[in-house]
Design a protein around this ligand. Sequence first.
Ligand code: TXA
Ligand code: MG
Length: 311
Amino acid sequence: MKVLGTDEESLREAAKIIKKGGLVAFPTETVYGLGCDGLNEKAVKRLFEVKKRPANKPVTLHVSSISQIKKVAEINDVAKKLIDLFFPGPLTIILKKKDVVPPITAGGSDRVAVRMPACDVALKLIDLSGILAAPSANKSGGISPTSAKEVAEEFGSEIDAIIDGGETKIGIESTILDLTVKPAKILRTGAISVEEIESVVGEVEVVERKGHYRMKAEVVIAEPEEILKIAKVEVLKGKKVGMCVSNKLSIPEELTKKVEVVTFRDVKDYSKKLFYAMRKLGNLDTVIFQKVEEKGVGKAIMDRLRESSSV
Ligand code: TXA
Ligand code: MG
C-alpha cells in the first residue's frame, strides 16, 4: 500500500490505480472514503470484499460535476434544488438510478446514492479518475476514519493506496436523504441539519440506524453535571474509564490521573473529534460522552452516540 500526497502528480498516480480497478482511500470534508471506479463491477466487488460489506448494502457514488450526476441518476425538481443549495457539501441524495450503474453498486436496488464532496483533493481526484464508489474507509460496522493513519490501521496492504490529506474538517459522515420516497426520508443525520433539509423539501421522516460504530467499551451518554460522578463510580469499580467532554468541564486532578480524556471546544469541534474519541477510548471498559443539544450537528452527534451505545 502506497501513501500518496495531495499534489497533482500523486493524484494522477491515484487515478491511474483507480482506472485499473484498484482501491484508493482519499479524504473528503466528512471522513475518509475507500474509493474505486464505481461503474466497474469487478472493482466494486473487491471493495465489498475488503470492507467485509454485506452484498445488499449499496455504496455511494462520488461525483465532481452535475453532468456526472446526470450520467448515473434521474434528477427530479427537488433534487435539483438540493443540488443547487448543498452540493458540493456533506449531503448524499438517493435517486432513481440509470442502467450504467452496476447492480452491485446499488445493492441490487433501482436507486443510487450520489454525493459531491466539498473537498478540493477529492474533487480533483474524481475529475482525474471518474465517478468513484466510496464507502467510509473502515471495516463494516466499525468507526469511520478521519485521518490517513486510521485508514492504514484498518486496511494496511489490503488496499492499493491512501491519499494523505490530513484530518478531515467535519469528522462525521454526510447526511443521507432518500428522495425516491414520499415524504422524503433522512436515513442518516449529518452536518446538513434536518431543519435545513425540511426548509427545502418540507417535513421528512428521520430513520433510526443500527449497526455502526462498534466499540468494546460500554458507552454512557451523560449530562455535563453527571459526568464526574459517573467517572468516579466507574473508577472505584476498577474499570478503565475514558471521557469525551467539553474543555469547560473542570476535572479534579485525582481523576485526570486515572481517566483518559478527550476534550472539545464547541459542538463543531465535538463532531470533528467524535470518531477520534471513539477509536482512542473505545477499547477501555467504560466511555462517557457528554450529551449535547439535539439541534443541527448536535443531533447528528447524539444519533451516532445512541447508535454506538446500542451495539
Ligand atoms: O460522508 C460520507 O457520506 C462518507 C464519505 C466517504 O463520503 N461516506 C460514507 O459511506 O459514509 P458509507 O458507505 O459508509 O455510508 C453510506 C450509507 C450506507 O449506510 C449505505 O447503506 C447507504 O448510505 N446507501 C448508499 N447507497 C444507498 C442506496 N442506493 N439506497 C439506500 N441507502 C444507500
Ligand atoms: Mg460507513
